[in-house]
Write a protein that binds this ligand. Structure first.
Ligand code: GDP
Ligand code: MG
Ligand code: ZN
Length: 369
């Protein structure tokens, strides 16, 4: 790529405030077209987008060419994406032409039986995995979130909210449980009601970095976001007394710029967290198990019954906790099963595509008199 001229460097410097760094600058994407401007997707609403650059935030739509070439739903822009857009009507509206490669991403399996990816947000530096102390605390769910976050090259921070609802002893026990299970990530216990721990949250939120809030609905994500913004910009949910579950109130994902220049994406609670093609995410989330894999006698060891399996041996002699072992196997199995179904489906889709193409040719031929 040719060296950028001065003007482009100046433009780049300002976009840096929104998280555009050298990594994006170095991607194979042609930045020389003077009609195209770099911007970041801040909200998505079906086919309509909000994009922000160093000047302002405007509505945008996809170019026809972009829509035509998109093969799967993950090809479409998502909150957090960097794009190239052409501005019109004195910069009040834009058309999106290209999307930058993603430095990191948060994606899950679509809910239900369908095997496909759903992109939740992209280009995130840190994910707050949020669980509330009262009834939401669950190590296995935490592991699922960690797999998703690690798979997408995002750094996790575990946030235990509603610390005001439990005794200090109970709170310390929960933190100890996380530590004992070998889960390796920063933990912050806090309360939105008493501001306990809020200073620690402030400390990890840096300007020009992008964060997201992940977790079940009702755990206090939006309340925290409002706290960080400084006023009640977003509606929080009232928790139903019986099951302490909140109702879904975060309808769409949006990238918000905080006072100190950090960016935050709130996500709606996810009921299902299917794991799918997440080998890297699983390995990184279960690093104590990953460290043993090399010691198994067979390279294709499934760690379920083989003689000479180092993981089985560690689970038997108590070196590895049984819960962690079971959780690991379950996630690996699920991830591989979903991936196989996905590959099958893609094969069928491709076959169908070929069938349509040859049928069209036939029709054209037949129409030739
Ligand atoms: N006791 C207590 N309640 C909280 C705390 N944070 C949030 N809540 C309440 O929990 C409910 C759900 O909060 P909300 O922010 O909407 O949760 P979200 O679904 O994760 O965004 C609301 O009624 C909040 O007032 C907290 O730290 N302590
Ligand atoms: Mg919410
Ligand atoms: Zn093994």
């Amino acid at each position: 790529m040719a060296l950028p001229d001065k003007l482009e460097i100046i433009k780049y410097m300002k976009l840096e405030n929104l998280g555009f760094d050298k990594w994006f600058f170095d991607q194979k994407i042609d930045l020389r077209n003077p009609d195209f401007n770099i911007a970041r997707i801040t909200a998505v609403d079906r086919n309509s987008y909000l994009i922000r650059n160093e000047k302002n935030e405007v509505f945008a739509e996809l170019s026809g060419r972009f829509t035509f070439h998109a093969e799967s739903n993950t090809d479409f822009p998502c909150v957090g994406d960097w794009i190239l857009a052409q501005y019109y009507d004195s910069d009040s509206f834009a058309i999106i032409h290209e999307i930058f490669p993603r430095k990191s991403f948060l994606r899950r399996k679509t809910a239900g039986n369908k095997i496909d990816y759903q992109m939740i947000a992209t280009n995130i530096d840190f994910a707050f995995i949020v669980q509330s102390c009262d009834s939401n605390f669950n190590l296995r769910r935490l592991e699922r979130y960690l797999v998703m976050v690690n798979e997408g090259n995002i750094k996790p921070i575990f946030l235990l909210t509603k610390a005001d609802l439990v005794s200090l002893e109970k709170l310390n026990n929960m933190i100890l449980e996380v530590r004992k299970s070998n889960i390796d990530c920063k933990i912050i216990a806090m309360s939105n009601n008493t501001v306990h721990g809020l200073d620690q949250v402030h400390q990890v939120i840096e300007p020009e970095k992008t964060y997201c809030l992940l977790g079940s609905s009702g755990v206090g994500k939006t309340t925290l976001l409002n706290k960080l913004i400084g006023h009640d910009l977003f509606k929080t949910s009232t928790v139903r007394d019986k099951d302490s579950k909140g109702r879904h109130t975060t309808a769409r994902r949006q990238l918000i710029i905080l006072k100190n220049g950090a960016m935050m994406i709130d996500t709606p609670g996810m009921r299902e967290l299917g794991t799918f093609n997440a080998g890297k995410g699983i390995d990184e989330s279960f690093s104590e198990i990953q460290g043993l894999v090399g010691n198994c006698r067979f390279t294709d060891c499934t760690h379920t019954q083989e003689a000479g399996c180092a993981i089985l041996a560690a689970a038997k002699n108590g070196e590895l906790s049984e819960e962690r072992y079971k959780s690991y196997l379950k996630l690996i199995k699920e991830s591989e099963y979903n991936n196989m179904s996905y590959i099958e489906k893609r094969k069928k889709d491709r076959k169908f595509g070929k069938f349509i193409k040859s049928a069209m040719k036939q029709i054209k031929k037949n129409n030739h008199y």
